[in-house]
Design a protein around this ligand. Structure first.
Ligand code: ATP
Length: 238
């Protein structure tokens, strides 16, 4: 079976600086795959390239077997790849409901959109309670929920989450991770970038450790969680 997403020897540069130096991995349908690694390892660059926001220097990206090279970002969304970016990028002056609607901008099925909006409110009740308020009044964690809800509004085949736990309190982080687990249980395919290796690996079917633009170690979530070098470098153990 072909994987939903195949990344092969991907290289991405900012000018002369190569931020991603030939990485390969796949994401199978229904799986959660995580990229972990320290600041500057190239995780965000990878997601931005998969979304069509950056052009690769080399290598191949295939989604459902079709090459993504040169496909513009809005067409990539239409193909079924949604990206919840680092730093959230919600629209603070628009209401929560309006922010969610923006996630469905390519869809025309009003009934489906209404059903998915309700699903987002079921997943994150606080968004439903405050649907008519400006999104800028939400806390950081709630804005993260809105960004995830918005990404889901395109009914993606692959949901890419960039550091959903960044800057959140431990309780909020737990809530976000629980939601990712819930989405996984519903069969959503997820590519998760996280600095919180413990949380990400606990959830993930597959994990890849990135260091300065390369994948240095791969395994199942639990293999990496128990790997001594990962524990030392990323889980704060001596
Ligand atoms: P973080 O968790 O800090 O976002 P990351 O693993 O996602 O880390 P990237 O943001 O992909 O890493 O950065 C990879 C490398 O590319 C870093 O060395 C970074 O400084 C560099 N980089 C990122 N964005 C740019 C840019 N717009 N211009 C130049 N260099 C960049």
């Amino acid at each position: 079976m072909t994987a939903l997403l195949e990344v092969e020897d991907l290289r991405v540069a900012y000018g002369k600086i190569e931020a991603v130096k030939g990485i390969s991995f796949t994401v199978e349908e229904g799986r959660v795959v995580t990229l972990i690694g320290t600041n500057g390892a190239g995780k965000t660059t990878t997601l931005r390239t998969l979304s069509g926001l950056l052009q690769p220097l080399g290598g191949a990206i295939r989604f459902e077997g079709k090459p993504l090279a040169g496909v513009p970002a809005h067409k990539i969304v239409a193909l079924g790849l949604a990206h919840s970016p680092e730093g959230r990028h919600i629209f603070p002056r628009l209401t929560i409901a309006e922010n969610l609607q923006l996630g469905a901008f390519l869809r025309k099925d009003a009934d489906g959109i209404a059903a998915d909006t309700q699903k987002a409110y079921d997943l994150f009740p606080i968004l439903g309670e405050r649907r008519s308020q400006a999104a800028g009044t939400l806390s950081g964690g709630e804005q993260q929920m809105l960004a995830m809800g918005r990404a889901l509004m395109s009914r993606p085949k692959l949901l890419m989450l960039d550091e959903p736990s960044m800057g959140l309190s431990p309780i909020m982080m737990q809530k976000i991770m629980q939601t990712i687990a819930e989405l996984k249980a519903q069969g959503t395919t997820i590519l998760l970038v996280e600095q919180n290796a413990q949380a990400a690996l606990s959830l993930a079917d597959q994990g890849h450790v990135m260091e300065i633009g390369k994948i240095v170690l791969s395994g199942t979530g639990s293999e990496l969680l128990h790997d001594e070098s990962v524990r030392k470098a990323y889980l704060g153990e001596d």
